[in-house]
Design a protein. Structure first.
Length: 368
């Protein structure tokens, strides 16, 4: 497909922040062949989040910089990263309206999906969706669930289901031999690598491993990540010899965490499409996870992972024990994940995004 002329403007959080969207666009930045600009939007310092007047000043500053971008360059498309949350619905509607004033089509990319916001749209906010988001010719989302809801609410454009991304550079030491070599390890290491938040199911995981450690002395838990529940976790595990907390990891430390693990566990209450899950799959790890957000689109129960209900430490315990005791099942899932994960690589994700850009970046706007 012939590349269309003109830049694409992508709204992104600060790339040095530790969130999934920042990681996504930090990884993709060097892979774009299209001419793209990043426009910063969102909290610059997690420490000031919640201080209303600083957030208000930051919001208006972001909006001002956005308008400056639109005045100073000829953009063929605005790529708006958003979430179905009450805050984002209002905020990003404004960004879409301003883009339309400048005559530039917008591509909304729903990165998160809140049940509370879903309820609000169905009860009283559908008019905002129809007058802003639904006037885009295309929308990108991360799950078949959100795709179905958008259609149910009356969106008639094209919906693309995408994934989050795995940095190719993390995988230089990976091969199918590495997947098989894990089976020679004497220790069975369970890896949690995500934000340390209550809604990630981290406390249910600790409870499950506590019970398992009484039966299997070679089993241990590695907790990687930081978040608002750090202090609670520290208090919970300070006397547990089978739990190690390694904090936020990147680069070689992240690679080492994945390579040393036997299984990856993410018992979240809610998700979009977690980067860490795709990374774990790319490192050939069997996974235990909840069937929330876009996860069922990449994990099939008992094929390449074990799907469990949320808020259930007993289910986590049984799933981990199943994989611990069944070596053949564990290895089958590991091979399946390793071999199927190339579609998550940054180089392949960029190609798909640029294909979408080239289909719709022609300056035409939907009017209804």
């Amino acid at each position: 497909m012939k590349k269309k002329k003109g830049k694409v403007l992508i709204l992104v959080p600060p790339l040095n922040s530790k969130g999934g969207i920042a990681n996504y666009y930090s990884v993709l930045e060097s892979h774009f062949s299209s001419d793209v600009d990043y426009c910063l939007r969102g909290t610059r310092n997690q420490g000031i989040k919640g201080i209303w007047w600083k957030e208000a000043c930051r919001f208006f500053s972001d909006l001002h910089q956005y308008i400056i971008h639109l005045k100073s360059e000829q953009y063929r498309l605005i790529h708006i990263n958003t979430s179905l949350s009450l805050h984002s619905i209002y905020r990003d509607s404004l960004y879409i309206i301003i883009g339309r004033i400048f005559g530039i089509p917008c591509l909304p990319f729903f990165r998160g999906w809140s049940e509370r916001a879903e309820y609000a749209v169905e009860r009283y906010l559908s008019w905002i969706m129809r007058r802003t988001y639904f006037r885009s010719s295309d929308i990108v989302t991360l799950s078949t669930h959100s795709q179905g809801k958008l259609k149910e609410w009356g969106y008639e454009g094209k919906i693309h289901i995408e994934t989050t991304v795995v940095d190719n550079s993390l995988l230089t030491s990976m091969s199918i031999d590495v997947v098989h070599s894990r089976e020679s390890q004497n220790e069975f290491k369970i890896l949690f690598l995500a934000r340390v938040e209550i809604d990630k199911g981290i406390f249910e995981l600790i409870e499950a491993v506590t019970r398992l450690s009484e039966k299997y002395k070679n089993m241990s838990l590695i907790l990687a990540g930081t978040g608002s529940a750090d202090e609670q976790v520290i208090q919970k595990i300070h006397h547990l010899s089978y739990v190690s907390r390694i904090g936020y990891v990147s680069g070689q430390a992240k690679i080492d965490a994945y390579l040393s693990a036997s299984v990856y566990v993410l018992p979240s209450y809610r998700e979009g499409m977690p980067n860490s899950l795709l990374e774990a799959m790319s490192f050939g790890l069997p996974v235990v996870c909840t069937g929330v957000g876009g996860i069922p689109d990449v994990i099939t129960d008992m094929k390449n992972g074990v799907i469990i209900p949320s808020h259930d430490s007993n289910a986590i315990e049984k799933a981990i024990e199943l994989l611990y005791r069944d070596r053949e099942l564990r290895l089958k899932m590991a091979r399946e994940n390793y071999e199927s994960s190339t579609r998550f690589y940054a180089s392949n994700v960029v190609k798909r995004l640029e294909s979408i850009y080239d289909q719709i970046g022609n300056g035409k706007l939907r009017t209804s």
